[in-house]
Design a protein around this ligand. Structure first.
Ligand code: ADE
Length: 228
């Protein structure tokens, strides 16, 4: 898979790409990441990328041409999934991460300032929001998407960090997990987990996952495409 990221702040991604599972995936060639600073595609004075808003009002708006030119500079851009990060986008979910993980090439466009010239929407395939709150830019949403997609690519997670037990994997939250010590300040590990009875353990985990989902996220149980 290839991921192209259009941003005015490529430095923000440095730490993210140089740690842990993401770093390992890039090193192993499971994913190729390309950073494109669309300021490089500005033809205005001082490489300006934003301007005042037509109709008046405070604040600046990102111009369409530098982003358009940056997109056009990407080979085979027509076949890539082009995504705009915006609070106005489709709410991001595990199911979307699963479908994006099937793509050969995704392009993430990170905005900044007060928003985009709306005409950029003619050149993208999908708009994604990571939640109903406004961030200063699309970089953190882009990292969230890249992280959630890369971990699904074949061979990225080892068996020990397998995603099949994840929250949301089967449309439910994950069951509670414990490790040593058995007794921490009087809080003990549930006895069933040390019983050695795998059938009982599976049953307990299924029940706990369902109970937790019902308590915290009953909306997940209403979804028509849930797998349980
Ligand atoms: N840009 C600013 N806020 C955002 C959000 N919540 N989701 C996606 N992109 C954004």
């Amino acid at each position: 898979m290839k991921i192209s990221i259009l941003t005015l702040f490529p430095e923000m991604f440095k730490g993210f790409f140089s740690e842990s599972i993401i770093k390992r995936a890039i090193k192993a060639g499971k994913v190729e990441v390309e950073m494109i600073n669309f300021r490089d595609f500005s033809t205005r004075k001082h490489q300006q990328v934003d301007d005042t808003t037509y109709g008046g009002g405070a604040g600046m708006v990102l111009a369409v041409e530098p982003i358009y030119r940056a997109l056009q500079s990407i080979p085979d851009i027509e076949s890539a999934v082009k995504i705009l990060l915006t609070p106005q986008g489709e709410p991001y979910h595990q199911e979307r991460a699963n479908t994006l993980a099937q793509a050969d090439h995704i392009v993430l466009v990170c905005g900044h300032y007060e928003g985009f010239d709306d005409r950029i929407r003619n050149f993208i395939d999908l708009e994604i929001s990571i939640g109903d709150y406004v961030l200063t830019g699309g970089e953190i949403p882009a990292m969230a998407i890249v992280d959630s997609v890369i971990r699904l690519l074949p061979g990225v997670l080892t068996n020990s960090d397998s995603y099949t037990q994840d929250s949301f994997y089967d449309g439910m939250l994950e069951y509670p997990q414990y490790t040593k010590p058995y007794d921490f300040m009087g809080y003990k590990v549930p006895d069933v987990l040390i019983s050695g009875n795998h059938q009982e353990i599976d049953k307990w985990r299924r029940n706990e996952a369902e109970k937790r989902t019902r308590e915290r996220r009953p909306d997940l149980l209403e979804k028509p495409n849930k797998k349980h």
